[in-house]
Design a protein. Sequence first.
Length: 315
Amino acid sequence: MNKKVSIILLNYNGFEDSIDCFQSLQQISYENYDIVIVDNASPDVSMDRLHAYMQVNEIEHIFFEKPESAMLGILPSVQVTLIQSGQNNGYGHGNNIGIKYALNNGADYVLVLNNDTVVEPDFLEPMVQMCENDKSIGIASGKIYFYDRPDTIWFNGGKFTHCTAKAKHFHFNEKDVGQIPQEPITFISGCMWLIPKKVFNDVGFINEDYFMYVEDLEFCRRVIRQGYTLKIADKSHILHKVGSSSGHWSVFFAYWMSRNKIKFIKDFEVTTCSFIAYIYHIFYTSIWWLLHKRFDLFKAHLRGIYSVFISEENK
């Protein structure tokens, strides 16, 4: 296969994870690929450590201290590019820097990949081949397993439910016995996306207003609305260190998850289901935090709701 695939890794305080992922990518069988690592201004100086790692191991690479420098034109072909974003403006902004760089330098496909993953050597070919055979595909992914339980499925395609605005992972936490999704796939986790370059022309880039969480659901919805399909390549396998790149049950998580879920419903759902989704998310999540006596997270949840309904109205 001769199609060029640019693999985008977004790093934030995750040097060890990024190196684990990078080392697994060095072993893949697909030939025509490059790796773009974008650092979102990590306080732990991850980018300096990544740069030093490349130098010590004599890995040919280009290092851009500013994203603007990476966009000056088509650059000499190297397998590894490091880009410092300069500020942490979220998941979408960081990945978009890498995506735009990749497209500017001749990528036929962009693979957005969480840095807390480890890939199998032959993971890429099945996805590329599937997209080459079916031009209706807007996002392809594969079977994603728990890193610490490599025989157990974390993600195998997903489904978006309108009246709850929730996304379900097919076969979540099931031992892999060859399961194949039996329903149409309407959601693919942002953990791994293979996207043909034409999709960005038709759909645009990742929505940077979501900062973190729900941006994958929002992007999938736009892709589907443009008439594309979402597919899983059954023979494409990776491992995911679940929670390593995001974390859960923190004030940060509670605020952004609530804020972005409400924003998503407001932006997309204009049917009777939108009212049901609002009620479900606001009250179900409130009750959940209160039952667990996490009053700090309950307050963060309310602040997230307020920021959508009140703050945006006053802009």
